[in-house]
Design a protein around this ligand. Structure first.
Ligand code: NAI
Length: 258
């Protein structure tokens, strides 16, 4: 798929994997609409790549409507990258046998709302707008890339909410691709391994956490870079024969229980 004279929305585009993806899509000619909670980083990146920033909370459906319409008003919306995501580290039950100590439901719901429901709401609204595009030479009208996680397959102790959310994205990739095939819209998902981004800043000791997980990478024995993920995003957006697939980009890591 050709990206010149198109728009691409990147949720979570102000930071980490989303920011690297926004740069990569812009370098291929798309006008990138960076849709993120973080206005400071988002505005700065938008001006760097000649893109547009829109403040968006993916849990707010009316805001999503505005963002997809804004993108389509610039040029045909042909790409959506769902990179907005949050994580927490909480076990399912506490240690004292008290139900009050079990995983706080509000914290579970928060992760599901952003990672899973936010991703679906972006897809249903962006794909609706994409379905109005003129088909390209291959009959294509758009491409969607979701960010799941290797935690969809080998989630660790404390990752249950995150794994619920990311497993949902993996499970939905095929039915989404099937639903959207008649509109000429492809859907693929990336399952990143351990990528060096600010997402781990919400953990109690992010450096120790990253160092511990990094030691489990098969080869190369290091964290991945956002650019290594953006490279796969670009491939999945532009390669017309990629559809309905989930690809691990993880240096061969299989997460241990903890
Ligand atoms: P990051 O924390 O660097 O960037 C995430 C961005 O999402 C931030 O700019 C944040 O403001 C935005 N965001 C959070 N909640 C939002 C909301 N409700 N609405 C709009 N924007 C929101 O994280 P990173 O590492 O770049 O993660 C990107 C995606 O990749 C996430 O979905 C994450 O779960 C996934 N992932 C990351 C891995 C890693 O090791 N960094 C591993 C596996 C998956």
């Amino acid at each position: 798929m050709e990206l010149t004279n198109t728009t691409a929305i990147v949720t979570g585009g102000a930071s980490g994997i989303g920011a690297a993806s926004a740069r990569a899509l812009a370098a291929k000619g798309a006008t990138v609409l960076i849709a993120d909670l973080n206005a400071e980083l988002g505005e700065a990146l938008a001006s760097e790549i000649n893109g547009v920033f829109a403040q968006l909370d993916v849990t707010k459906t009316e805001q999503i409507t505005e963002v997809v319409e804004q993108a389509a008003s610039i040029a045909p919306l042909r790409a959506l990258v769902n990179s907005a995501g949050i994580a927490n580290g909480i076990r399912t039950i506490g240690r004292d046998g008290q139900i009050a100590s079990a995983f706080p439901l509000a914290k579970f719901t928060a992760v599901i709302s952003v990672n899973l429901i936010g991703t679906f709401d972006m897809i249903r609204q962006a794909a609706t707008v994409m379905s109005r595009n003129e088909p390209d030479a291959n009959g294509g009208r758009g491409a969607i890339v979701n960010m799941a996680s290797v935690a969809a397959f080998d989630g660790q102790i404390g990752q249950v909410a995150y794994s619920f959310s990311k497993g949902g994205i993996v499970g939905a990739t095929l039915p989404l691709a099937r639903d959207l095939s008649s509109a000429g819209i492809r859907v693929n998902t990336i399952a990143p391994g351990l990528i060096d981004t600010p997402i781990y800043n919400s953990f109690p000791d992010p450096d120790a956490f990253k160092a511990q997980l990094g030691s489990s990478v098969l080869f190369p024995k290091r964290l991945g870079t956002p650019d290594e993920l953006a490279s796969m995003v670009l491939e999945l957006v532009t390669n017309d024969y990629m559809n309905a697939e989930t690809i691990r980009v993880d240096g061969g890591i299989r997460l241990p229980p903890k």
